[in-house]
Design a protein around this ligand. Structure first.
Ligand SMILES: [Zn+2]
Length: 254
C-alpha cells in the first residue's frame, strides 16, 4: 500500500511502484495574478493545489506539484502579476504531461484554477489525445455553479469576488485581508455589443481588480464549495481510472 500521493514527496523507487500499477495522475495548474486588495496573488494556483491534493488523498491517485504561473497578461498592470505567453505555458504543461507518459501515465486530470489558461489547455488536451494521452480539464467554479446554483449571485461569482475569496478563507485564511474586501461594478466598454469579444485588460474595467461583490465572502460558504467540488472531482477521477484506453482514444475513420 502506497501512502504517499504527492510526487515530490516520493523517492524514485516509490514513484516506480506507483507507476507500475497506475496509469493516471493529477496535475494542478493556476496563475499568479491580482485578485483584488483582499486576496493573495497566488489565489488561482493555491486553490487548484488545495483541491487536487485533497482529491489525491481521497483516491490514492498521484498528484504533481502545482504549476503556479499561467496566461495572465490581461492582469499585468497590477503589481506582482506574472504573465506567461500561451505558447510557453502550453509547451511547459505539454512537457510535464509527456514526462508522465514516459513513466507509463496515459490519463491525466488537469485541475485548472485560472480561466485564462483554459483555451490553451483545451487545445493541448486535443493534441495529446492524438498522441495517446487522454487529458481531462477540471475547473472548480463552473462545477460549483452547477452543484450549488443558489449559493452565490452572479456578482459574487466573478474574478476576485466573494466566491473566490470564500474559497481562500476556507483553505488558507491567513492569506486573506477580509477587511480590505471591496465591491466594484466593472466599467463597460463603449465597444461592447452582442456577439463581440474584446481583448480588454482588467485595468480597463476595474480599479481594484475585483469584478463584482467581494465583501460577502464567508469561510462557511468556502468550505461548502470545497467539499462539493472535491466530491464531484473524486467521482470523475475514479471513472477515468476505470475507463479503458481503447474507449478513450480517437476513433478510426469510418
Ligand atoms: Zn482567480
Amino acid at each position: 500500500m502506497i501512502l504517499k500521493v504527492l510526487l515530490h514527496e516520493m523517492s524514485w523507487r516509490e514513484a516506480k511502484e506507483y507507476f507500475a500499477k497506475n496509469d493516471i495522475a493529477i496535475l494542478p495548474v493556476g496563475s499568479n495574478e491580482e485578485h483584488g486588495p483582499a486576496n493573495p496573488l497566488g489565489t488561482d494556483h493555491l486553490i487548484a493545489k488545495g483541491i487536487a491534493e485533497e482529491v489525491a488523498r481521497r483516491t490514492g491517485i498521484l498528484c504533481l506539484q502545482v504549476i503556479p504561473f499561467g496566461v495572465s497578461s490581461h492582469h499585468k498592470q497590477f503589481w506582482g502579476t506574472i504573465f506567461i505567453s500561451p505558447e510557453a505555458f502550453k509547451k511547459y504543461v505539454k512537457d510535464t504531461c509527456l514526462s508522465l507518459n514516459y513513466h507509463g501515465v496515459r490519463k491525466i486530470v488537469i485541475v485548472n484554477g485560472h480561466g485564462g489558461n483554459l483555451a490553451v489547455l483545451t487545445h493541448l488536451a486535443r493534441e495529446l489525445r492524438e498522441e495517446g494521452i487522454f487529458v481531462s480539464v477540471f475547473q472548480w467554479w463552473p462545477a460549483a455553479v452547477k452543484l450549488l446554483p443558489d449559493l452565490y449571485t452572479t456578482e459574487e461569482r466573478r474574478h476576485g469576488a466573494a466566491e473566490e475569496t470564500s474559497m481562500n478563507l476556507a483553505l488558507h485564511p491567513h492569506l486573506v485581508n477580509k477587511d480590505k474586501a471591496v465591491d466594484e461594478e466593472p466599467r463597460k466598454s463603449p465597444l461592447e455589443a452582442e456577439g463581440v469579444t474584446l481583448p480588454l485588460g482588467t485595468v480597463d474595467q476595474t480599479s481594484s481588480g475585483v469584478f463584482g461583490k467581494g465583501t460577502t465572502a464567508s469561510v462557511e460558504k468556502g468550505k461548502k464549495v470545497f467539499e462539493v467540488v472535491v466530491t464531484g472531482l473524486v467521482k470523475h477521477v475514479k471513472l477515468l481510472k476505470k475507463a479503458r484506453m481503447e474507449d478513450l482514444m480517437p476513433r478510426p475513420k469510418v
